[in-house]
Design a protein around this ligand. Structure first.
Ligand code: NAD
Ligand code: UGA
Length: 466
């Protein structure tokens, strides 16, 4: 079966870039990305490519090439479902904020509403692909809804988790380490559905990198991959604290262990803590799943990754306060970076939010500069915490569009995101315009210590003990 029409429900960080790349690589497939969020769809359709809702290097060019040719963005969800042979579900699966499993379990209400809408609208057989990250065995729930509310239509459910990282989404989609497809290979229809999706990816991904498994292995592999990646960050961050006490340097330790081919060099950068929409939510989900099977030791093991990450964010702000003579009240502190990592405008769970909240509790005056994050987003992030009123947040924190202005008269600079441009600033002129002693707290370890100290700064690098 050769797929000619695709619908993707959810035009977010995954749905948008993933479908843009499939559209580019498969010009013969007509793809419609739909969303209930009208503003988001309007932004995807904007004639000004700078206004796309998501910033990802290389994405605007692909959207320009494919949009209104074989890639469409729409709010008419029923129509797109009706026309599609294959439907990707790419909606958000946040941590539940209410009821049983509050603060841990995955909230599947958006997934369920997609399944019900597909069941209501579909008149012909369809392949439904789970693209969202889901608790293991969710496909059984989706199948049950589709089979029982449907119109006698046959549905095949596949799991095809996404492994892209933000900031490198386009590259990751064009050259994935692997594509994972879980399906029911025990039936003819199941096999055909798996093959139909394999054929799409095979247009540009080498066959050996397309892995097929049963549905449950595929669902669980996604949670496992994120848990392992986050655990590496928490592990190196745990060592960074030991480095600071002992005079070791985490950059040197990372290099030394990373040269062991069994460990490998990637994902060993100590930081102010991992952020992003997924690591925390997916581990909490894993912990919840383990607990629900009575696997308490397994749950505790993974929960430590989150505990360590929270500790890393808090100890970064604690260190700023204690270094600035135990008070930051009324002092100007500059944040360079607000995004959860470089090359993205995404701020979900960014360490900057927690560090800012802690320092605002100490009555610091914060000025933020981030090359891609909007002022509106920064205030929304703070207001969502509900720690203080919107008005108080606005009084205590200012957003600047010029980094030099953000640093002027500041007591301390905190680097929260590893944007490349920070390395190339005129640090001498920044130093001249700051209060003395002038402090830098480098939460990403990106500046050259010798150079910065030579200028006169008091420099604190995460994971450096001297
Ligand atoms: P997102 O919040 O950016 O986008 C989800 C979109 O789905 C939103 O625009 C929302 O309006 C829409 N939506 C929700 N319910 C809908 C419905 N019933 N009908 C139509 N649209 C609906 O989320 P995201 O970052 O793209 O993540 C989506 C999924 O992919 C999550 O499960 C996430 O864990 C997973 N994932 C994310 C990343 C990432 O880098 N962000 C990477 C891999 C996997
Ligand atoms: C992560 C995974 O890398 C993707 O494979 C996965 O698809 C995605 O989650 C998801 O499921 O959402 P992402 O969160 O976009 O991708 O970005 P990462 O590069 O993994 O970074 C996550 C956080 O860890 C960032 O805050 C980053 O700064 C931090 N990090 C990463 C470190 O502190 N040190 C490192 O060495 C690596």
């Amino acid at each position: 079966m050769k797929i000619k029409t695709i619908c993707c429900i959810g035009a977010g960080y995954v749905g948008g870039p993933t479908m843009a790349v499939i559209a580019k690589q498969c010009p013969e497939i007509r793809i419609t990305v739909v969303d209930i969020n009208e503003a988001r769809i309007a932004a995807w359709n904007s004639s000004n490519l700078d206004e796309l809702p998501i910033f990802e290097p290389g994405l605007a060019d692909i959207v320009k090439e494919t949009r209104d040719k074989n890639l469409f963005f729409s709010t008419d969800i029923d129509k797109a479902i009706d026309e599609a042979e294959m439907i990707f579900i790419s909606v958000n699966t946040p941590t539940k904020t209410y009821g049983k499993g509050k603060g841990m379990a995955s909230d599947l209400k958006y997934i369920e509403s997609c399944a019900r809408q597909i069941a209501r609208v579909a008149k012909q057989d369809k392949i439904v692909v789970e693209k969202s990250t889901l608790p293991v065995r969710t496909a059984a729930a989706i199948k049950s809804i589709l089979d029982n509310v449907g119109n006698g239509v046959q549905f095949q459910i596949l799991s095809n988790p996404e492994f892209l990282a933000e900031g490198t989404a386009v590259q990751d989609l064009l050259n994935p380490d692997r594509v994972l497809i879980g399906g029911d290979e025990s039936t003819k229809e199941g096999k055909e559905a798996v093959q139909a999706l394999v054929d799409i990816y095979a247009k540009w991904v080498p066959k050996d990198n397309i892995l097929t498994t049963n549905v449950w292995s595929s669902e669980l592999s996604k949670l496992t991959a994120n848990a392992f990646l986050a655990q590496r960050v928490s592990s190196i961050n745990a060592m960074s604290e030991i480095c600071e006490k002992t005079g070791a340097d985490i950059t040197e330790v990372s290099k030394a262990i990373g040269m062991d081919s069994r460990i490998g060099p990637k994902f060993l950068n100590a930081s102010v803590g991992f952020g992003g929409s997924c690591f925390q939510k997916d581990i909490l989900n894993l912990v919840y799943i383990a607990k629900s099977y009575g696997l308490n030791e397994v749950a505790d093991y993974w929960e430590q990754v989150i505990i360590m990450n929270d500790h890393q964010k808090n100890r970064f702000s604690d260190n700023i306060v204690s270094t600035l003579y135990n008070t930051v009240s009324g002092k100007k502190i500059t944040f360079l970076g607000w995004a959860f990592k470089k090359d993205t405008n995404d701020t979900r769970e960014s360490a900057a939010i927690k560090v800012a909240d802690n320092l605002l509790n100490e009555q610091a005056q914060i000025e933020v500069y981030d090359p891609k994050v909007t002022e509106e987003r920064i205030y929304t992030d703070l207001d969502n915490l509900k720690t203080r009123s919107s008005e108080e947040n606005k009084n205590l924190l200012t957003v600047q569009s010029d980094p030099y202005r953000a640093c002027k008269n500041s007591h301390a600079i905190a680097i929260l995101t590893e944007w490349d441009e920070f390395k190339n600033y005129d640090w001498e002129s920044i130093y001249k315009n700051m209060q003395k002693p002038a402090f830098i707290f480098d939460g990403r370890g990106i500046l050259d210590k010798a150079l910065i100290e030579n200028i006169g700064f008091t420099y604190y690098k995460i994971g450096s003990g001297n």
